[in-house]
Write a protein that binds this ligand. Structure first.
Ligand code: ADP
Ligand code: MG
Length: 222
């Protein structure tokens, strides 16, 4: 990965978030209302519309559950956690999803290190990053997780073989609701950054030399 690269920037979340929520919920609601009005007018072949309606509802469900996650108190529950254990958990959680796309989740052999953290939240961070990596990749390829630990900090890299991130959008990653995906919520990286912030950690995004990108987490060693 290239040396320099991008320290993801701090955001003032509240305002962006409120506007974003209103927008993200209003659009599906408008569309649902439109379909119901069609039904009311006696349109035929309703079945064709059901799928779209369910998709819209699912989108709102995902958004609301991610928002609930944000409103939870962060890092109430810190313990000394093994980085290897957490990565193993995350891999077993996401293995089947990766397999569907023929993606191999590869973990360094000799991982050591502990962080003082809320286990479920740091796992959530790792899940968000590995999921994004899977979603960025076509069928086939490898997502690699590498860990470097020193006496003061632990660095976890999630390295994918996706298309990488265009220069113009890098600064937008982590803004609430910024997504380039059809069914994305654009909340994953925002939550990720918030959790890392609370843990005195950070997220950096590096550009790989050949292809894809590296999402780098740094956390203080326990
Ligand atoms: P979502 O996954 O719902 O889109 P995220 O906050 O997790 O929301 O990610 C925001 C955006 O960042 C994605 O829509 C995508 O454009 C970009 N992104 C995140 N991770 C990667 C990656 N590994 N490779 C390429 N683009 C990525
Ligand atoms: Mg995501």
């Amino acid at each position: 990965a290239e040396e320099m690269m991008i320290r993801s920037e701090k955001m003032s979340v509240a305002g962006q978030l409120a506007a974003g929520i209103a927008h993200e919920i209003r659009n599906p609601l408008t569309s649902l209302k439109g379909f119901l009005q069609l039904f009311q007018a006696g349109v035929n072949r309703k079945e064709e519309y059901y799928k779209i309606m369910i998709d819209e509802i699912e989108k709102m469900e995902t958004i609301t559950s991610e928002l609930l996650f944000i409103s939870k108190p962060l890092t109430d529950n810190r313990n000394k956690e093994s980085v290897k254990d957490m990565l193993d958990d995350v891999i077993s959680l996401l293995k089947s999803q990766a397999k569907l796309q023929n993606i191999n989740l590869k973990l360094d052999k000799n991982i050591s290190g502990f962080v003082l953290c809320d286990r479920s939240q740091i796992k959530q961070v790792l899940i968000n990053l590995v999921k994004n990596a899977i979603e960025a990749m076509d069928d086939e390829g490898t997502i690699e997780m590498k860990v470097q630990s020193s006496h003061s900090k632990i660095i976890i890299d999630v390295i994918d073989e996706g298309p990488g991130i265009p220069e113009e959008v890098i600064h937008k990653l982590g803004e609430p609701f910024f997504t380039t995906k059809q069914n994305g919520t654009g909340l994953g990286l925002m939550i990720t950054k918030q959790i890392l912030d609370k843990h005195e950690g950070k997220l950096d995004i590096l550009k790989n030399n050949d292809k894809g990108s590296t999402f780098r987490i740094s956390l203080p060693t326990a």
